[in-house]
Write a protein that binds this ligand. Structure first.
Ligand SMILES: NC(=O)c1ccc[n+]([C@@H]2O[C@H](COP(=O)([O-])OP(=O)(O)OC[C@H]3O[C@@H](n4cnc5c(N)ncnc54)[C@H](OP(=O)(O)O)[C@@H]3O)[C@@H](O)[C@H]2O)c1
Length: 270
């Protein structure tokens, strides 16, 4: 089946993760994707690594794409849309993954009839295990919505949310992998402290994290129920859990996500 063509404006960390995820899915081949980048070295890297055409002319990519995906920093979304916005025609869907940038702002720089989808994914797009939250404008047709959700689902698990939750999703979904990486590194440091080499310790910590998350996703059990299965009476785990509570792990994580979500609100281009 022919995939809708994707034009990615901004092939930085996230643009690259999306290219990698689409290709990894096996549904997309390099000819179905074009990328736009400002830096010559980055264009060369994307060309050579993924065999995806990467150039500096955003309008050319807009012509090519059925889906135009904006993956530049929030502060320059306005500048990019001033250039390409008026050239996006009916029949194409504009997707933005920029943190904090609202549908209303994007709509103000694009033709009224062009549907927009605000998306908050995370870096795990590259391994097709992202959490991908999204909210479309009301003018999107059912066919366009299906086209977008099909494409996004190649990158991970997809969930539609009301736009008012997308800044929260930025703090939890977008930033979340960084928090987990810190936890994995801390678990691995514990292994090192107890005598394990760091690389071995990272493998133990990462696979333990992966397995724990998979249990929540696949069993549908409440995480606290699963925690209680691990923590046997007078056992080792409950000692460790007590230390985590003393260190206010739970309150710290809640406050970290809250701070990140609040920051997302302040990212709107001036
Ligand atoms: N990183 C994450 O985990 C994450 C998660 C969810 C959402 N997001 C969102 O994804 C977007 C991209 O984030 P990122 O982390 O991938 O940033 P990034 O690595 O800085 O990528 C942005 C890329 O866009 C390029 N660029 C700048 N101006 C451009 C233009 N006019 N046309 C085409 N490309 C241009 C940049 O090149 P230069 O570096 O040369 O300027 C850079 O390579 C942001 O809006 C962010 O909020 C990020």
């Amino acid at each position: 089946m022919n995939q809708p063509k994707v034009a990615i404006i901004g092939a930085g960390k996230m643009g690259e993760a999306i290219i990698a995820g689409l290709l990894k899915s096996g549904k997309y081949s390099p000819k179905d994707i074009q990328a736009v980048e400002v830096a010559e070295s980055r264009r060369k890297f994307i060309n050579e690594t993924y065999k995806v055409e990467c150039f500096s002319d955003a309008k050319k990519a807009v012509k090519f794409g059925d889906i135009i995906l904006i993956a530049v920093k929030p502060s320059i979304v306005g500048k990019v849309l001033e250039e390409i916005g008026p050239t996006i025609t009916k029949g194409k869907v504009l997707v933005s993954i920029a943190a904090g940038v609202t549908l209303e702002f994007i709509n103000s720089l694009t033709p009224e009839e062009v549907p927009i989808v605000r998306v908050m994914p995370n870096l795990a797009c590259s391994v097709s295990e992202a959490m991908v939250t999204f909210c479309p404008t009301p003018n999107i047709t059912n066919e366009e919505l299906t086209m977008i959700t099909r494409m996004l689902s190649l990158l991970g698990k997809v969930m539609r949310l009301d736009e008012k939750y997308l800044n929260l999703a930025t703090g939890l979904v977008g930033s979340g992998p960084a928090y987990i990486y810190l936890i994995i590194d801390a678990l691995a440091d514990a292994g090192v402290r107890l005598g394990l080499p760091k690389d071995v310790s990272i493998t133990l910590a990462a696979q333990t994290t992966l397995g724990a998350a998979k249990m929540v996703v696949e069993t549908g059990e409440h995480p606290i129920k699963l925690k209680d299965k691990v923590a046997t009476p007078a056992g080792t785990t409950v000692e460790g859990l007590l230390e985590l509570e003393r260190g206010r792990l739970r309150a710290t994580i809640v406050s970290a996500v809250t701070k990140a979500a609040e920051r997302a609100k302040g990212l709107m281009p001036a």
